[in-house]
Structure formats: structure tokens, C-alpha cells
Design a protein around this ligand. Structure first.
Ligand code: ADP
Ligand code: MG
Length: 249
């Protein structure tokens, strides 16, 4: 039976191969409402492939993923309506204004114009972007562009937010600000957040850490538990220990 309030994300034995390479190998974990989960793994771990399956761009070879109870393979329209994603590769139209990029998203979700404008105003204000609304995205700094992408992702009021290496290429102060913003939003809106990163310090802020390497999950739990299990005093050492086979490869 479907629970009354299903978790934002439940992944069960998900797999995806590229030829002989198991990019995602029998992966299972979930994200609860209001939970900020870091998906921590070195480059090539399979994080982006997993996100591409969750966003409907790739079809899994095996297993399932459910967003708020909707199976991404069988019921993609309902599943996709409840999630937003900020991709690893920036996805703004640089020639369009901040406002136009936001409007594109609300149109895509079929949000009526008056409601859409209210939401756009709200999120631009929240991220202190109101005075940039009519600027072309090309003229914004990397950190500000990322904030626009985040604001845009929130316009559809998702119950699950997927962030793929969202802070790559931006300065440390903007990086910390974006993480703090997303964590606050996660609590306020009881939204599940899956934050993919290869940076151990970004995972430190998470409620739970799922460590992924060479396609499979190596650990799922709190940072303190990871250090305890590995016998290392820092999260970085524990992570390196857990993924050392891949680091050497
Ligand atoms: P991550 O995001 O953790 O860095 P990826 O999901 O991008 O990892 O990659 C996982 C593995 O799958 C890597 O070995 C990568 O080379 C491979 N891979 C990713 N996308 C493709 C693709 N479209 N075709 C073939 N191999 C791919
Ligand atoms: Mg990636």
C-alpha cells in the first residue's frame, strides 16, 4: 500500500550500464521530507548518471526510483512534477534575462502567469536578485548564475531538490551561502534535498551522507558514524579510506 506521505525519494536496486561499465550498480537509498542528504563520491562515481535517471533523461537498466511515491519509469509525469534539478552543467540561457529564464520554467510547469510572477518575485527577493531581474544572465557572476538556477528550480515548489555539483567554479563565500540557503529551505519547506558533491567539506553540513564510488553505495549514515566505523578522526580521511581503491585506480 502507498503510504499517505511517501518519502520524496526512494531508490531501490537501481542500475545503469554503459557497455561493460556499471555506472550505477544496484543502488538503494532514500531521502525523507526535510532531510538534506549529501551524495558524496569521487569523479566517475556515478552521481550524475543517477541524477540523469531521476530526471528522466536516461532509462535505468534495473531497479526503480520513486519520487513522492511515483515511479519515475512508469509514472514520469507525476514524478517529474514533484522534483527540480540543478544540473552539473549550467543550464541558463545566457542571452535571456533572469526574469525570462524564470518564466521559461513556470511555463514549462503550466503555472498561470499571475501566480508565476508572484513566485518569481518571491524567489528573486529571497536570493537578493530582484535588482538583476532584467539583466541578461551572461552579465552575472558564476555565483549569481547559480543562485538564479536555484531560484528557478524552486518556482515549481518541488518536494525533492536535486543539486549536482552545484557549487563547482564559484568562490568559497558564495559556496557557503548557497549551502546555507538550501539547508534552510529544506527545513522550511520540508523538502528533501539530494546534494551531489566530490567535496568532503560540503558533505559535513548534511543530515546524512551517502558515499558512492565506482557505481555503488559504500556507506549511508551520519558523518560521525562514518568516522567511527572507519576509525578515522576526520571525514576526509574516512572518505579517502572508503574510496581508496578508486583513488588509486
Ligand atoms: P560522477 O557524476 O560521479 O562524476 P558520472 O555519472 O558522470 O560520475 O560517470 C559515471 C561513469 O559512467 C564514469 O565512468 C563515466 O565515464 C561513465 N559515463 C557517464 N556518462 C556516460 C555516457 N553517456 N556514456 C558512456 N559512459 C558514461
Ligand atoms: Mg557528475
Amino acid at each position: 500500500m502507498t503510504p499517505l506521505f511517501p518519502d520524496p525519494l526512494v531508490i531501490d536496486k537501481l542500475s545503469k550500464n554503459f557497455g561493460a561499465r556499471k555506472a550505477v550498480d544496484n543502488v538503494s537509498f532514500s531521502v525523507a521530507a526535510g532531510e538534506f542528504v549529501a551524495l558524496l563520491g569521487p569523479n566517475g562515481a556515478g552521481k550524475s548518471t543517477l541524477f540523469q535517471i531521476l530526471s528522466g533523461l536516461f532509462v535505468a537498466d534495473g531497479g526503480s526510483a520513486r519520487v513522492t511515491g511515483h515511479d519515475i519509469g512508469r509514472d514520469p509525469i507525476k514524478a517529474l512534477a514533484d522534483l527540480s534539478i540543478v544540473f552539473q552543467q549550467p543550464a541558463l540561457d545566457l542571452d535571456l534575462s533572469v526574469q525570462a529564464n524564470c518564466r521559461f520554467q513556470t511555463d514549462l510547469h503550466g503555472i498561470a502567469r499571475a501566480e508565476a510572477q508572484q513566485r518569481i518575485n518571491h524567489w528573486l527577493e529571497r536570493f537578493k536578485l530582484s535588482d538583476r531581474a532584467n539583466d541578461a544572465c551572461r552579465n552575472l557572476s558564476g555565483g549569481t548564475r547559480r543562485k538564479v538556477e536555484l531560484a528557478r528550480a524552486l518556482l515549481s515548489q518541488p518536494q525533492l531538490l536535486l543539486m549536482d555539483e552545484a557549487t563547482v567554479g564559484i568562490d568559497p563565500a558564495s559556496r557557503a551561502a548557497i549551502i546555507a540557503d538550501v539547508k534552510a529551505l529544506c527545513r522550511e519547506r520540508a523538502m528533501g534535498v539530494l546534494w551531489a558533491t566530490h567535496l568532503v567539506d560540503e558533505a559535513e553540513a548534511a543530515d546524512r551522507i551517502v558515499v558512492m564510488a565506482a557505481g555503488s553505495v559504500r556507506f549511508d549514515g551520519a558523518a560521525t558514524e562514518l568516522m567511527k566505523q572507519s576509525g578515522h578522526g576526520t571525514l576526509l580521511d574516512a572518505f579517502l579510506h572508503l574510496t581508496k581503491a578508486e583513488a588509486k585506480a
